[in-house]
Design a protein around this ligand. Sequence first.
Ligand code: SF4
Ligand code: SF4
Length: 387
Amino acid sequence: MKRKIFILLCCLLAVCTVVHAQKSKQEKAPSDVSVVYFCSEITPENIQKLYNALNVDLAPDMKVGLKVHFGERGNQNFLNPELLHPLVDQVHPTFVETNVLYVSDRRFTKSHIALAEEHGFTFAPIDILDADGEKIYPGDDNFQYCKTVRTGDHFENYDFYIIYSHFKGHGSSGFGGAIKNVGMGMASPGGKMAIHANNYPKVNTPDKCFQCNRCANQCPALAINVDDHGPMIDTTKCIGCAKCIAECPLKLFSPDNTGYDETRFLDKLVEYTKVLVDHRPMVFINVMANISTTCDCSSRAPKPFMRDIGAVASTDIVAIDQACQDLTSKAYGCEHVFQEVNHVSGMEQLQYAEKLGMGHTKYILIDVATGKQISLEEAVKQTEKEK
Ligand code: SF4
Ligand code: SF4
């Protein structure tokens, strides 16, 4: 018993140490201004340098999850895993991800891990957070949409997370950075469905069903009944786990986008992120390379439409995405680059996150090479040299 209490106290102390390290770093800037570290040259050494600039104080026995994106099969834009080698050698994290909602290698744990290894993520253990099921947290009282937040049940196995994000465009969210990598990237498939659409799937062309009953047998809520007219979902029983979407060999189930609107999607994304960042300490690294209009879930993503703009790190999830939006827009020569290329600015992510108290849209940029403050213009100028 005494031993258990001692271990518990050590864990609490370790988590507090990390949180304290993050807070003390932020206290150097005025209270409504966060610090974002910047480097123009994207190299493995600089990714490590950015992380070290955050001054994270990890206890040796802490379990660290490094949230990455392994890249869809066929995608050519996902970040080269080699960029993470020195950081992995230093921190000894586990690569963490969640299974996706649509049917692909990344929908199922075994094929997801095999694809990750094929893509070069071989130098740290891999953990698919929802491999064994979901962890469901309640939403905050002031949320507009999410009563619950669904992640993988391995989420709580880690004491600390490094969120490593590829900053690029996204058709629905305008851009995808740290907020998207946590909110969507750490949601279970059922959580992803709840963010993207309504909580229940819909059945398309039920007359094609050949009554194999696989969906009904796999449904954990016994919510599906199959007869001569195809499958019927009892929405009073359905728990929105999205299993049927993966199970049907004819892909007759899909998320139901009825009533979908862009702002609701972005706000749900932020609400998911808020709950997850509140449950575990996290720091953030964004890399602005291979900037395409769409994300790394696309099997044939369009080619990058602009040059690489370097990498940034922060303890503030709002400031880091705001800095990336500003740097890419400045380099592209407009105010909101993703409004130009995707017709969705994505700024609602930042505004709602700030309103929920998740961080600040005001920030200062520090050049990690010199330790000195640098303007947006100076940072963008440096990236011209890196072309
Ligand atoms: S989403 Fe899950 S609970 Fe709902 S019908 Fe499909 S398998 Fe059943
Ligand atoms: S898994 Fe697909 S084909 Fe099989 S019974 Fe269900 S809906 Fe019909």
